[in-house]
Design a binder for this molecule. Sequence first.
Ligand code: AMP
Length: 422
Amino acid sequence: MKYIAPRGTVDILPDKIDGWIGLENILRTIAENYNVKEMRTPIFEHTELFNRAVGDTTDVVSKEMYSFEDKKGRSITLRPEGTAGIARSYVENKMYALPEKLQKVFYMGPMFRYERPQSGRQRQFHQFGVEMLGIESPYVDVECMMMALNIVQALNIRDVTLHINSLGDEASRDAYREALKDHFRPHLKELCYDCNTRFEKNPLRILDCKTDKDHPAMKSAPCTIDYLTETAKAHFDKVCELLDALEVKYVIDPNMVRGLDYYSHTIFELISDASVLGAGSTIGGGGRYNGLVEELGGPATPGVGFAFGMERLIIAMNNNHLESQHIDVYVMPLGEESKDYSMQLMAALRANGYCADMDFADRGLKGQFKSADRFVARFSFIIGEDEVENETITVKDNITKEQKQIKVEEIIDFLDSKLGVR
Ligand code: AMP
């Protein structure tokens, strides 16, 4: 039998890992700049959590979850998104009682959705997400958007537009739901079976139907903004005012609802024009979710957050600004005795903070120089019989192409002078 990775999963091979680590490092640095701490929650949770938090009429829950029974018959689900787990943990660990009222956290890791795999869409994919829990303020909404925009900027991803909208508070959404029902009622016969169910249970979800997305009634559907209560409108106006003051360009997208049920008030997406992204032009999105923590049994606690698809970030950033991996020294032993000597030399180099590797394949100089090139080694250390006997190293500077003999006891000083003390 031939073993292949399950459909919709991807191996990240060593030649692609630099891009991932580079991305992760940039995300961590930005999180630090925004005083956002990492939080790690389990990869699987009880299925009810997602039914409750994400909503059982959403596509994510009703069609895309990886759910199974464990050996005790409990229904378990591989997380399809990160917010539900964070909110569950926030309640379980009473983070609402912490002295710092605004808890700012990030997560990074794999998510699972049973979707049709295509360019920019996988069944196991990765998200970097941020959640800010505890304070209901348009300033925090904008703090989230600024962080998301900072990420895009730091990764040098161009042609990205911030799209925003507001779903308002509960009263706004009640009014909007009624308006949607009035709008879609005359078209029910033309809409798909799922939309008919959604009409009864959760009319907002009709708007993200993939089957009926081109039906004319979709385009003419009422806009959320027209149904905002005064308080909800004031919140949204303040968000826009703050973005204006920060000279952030954005587009108000009155038809955007986002695919998860927990959102209220501000929602946003970062949409890229990059054609490389294919179907995945939304590289990230998020919004406010003021009811979620209470829904999960905690005290009424506002929250706002966003998540980026990391595969899409990798595609969009095109690796061009990342430094490629290089090593300081490639050690080239010529003969058995030289190998022992080389192992000791590598131990000393690494103990002094230098990044070193050597040939383990007993090749001649030509093959070893090829590896030094592939590893982008700054120096090659050639160790033949003479070098072992005289306790010297033939050092080749791979930039200037100069070659010289250096006494082994002077080698660390030499590297320190060339590369800086580690
Ligand atoms: P969501 O949690 O649905 O708001 O998605 C947030 C971001 O995750 C999206 O904008 C995408 O960048 C990414 N994403 C969602 N689903 C997938 C998937 N199946 N494959 C790759 N990326 C995804």
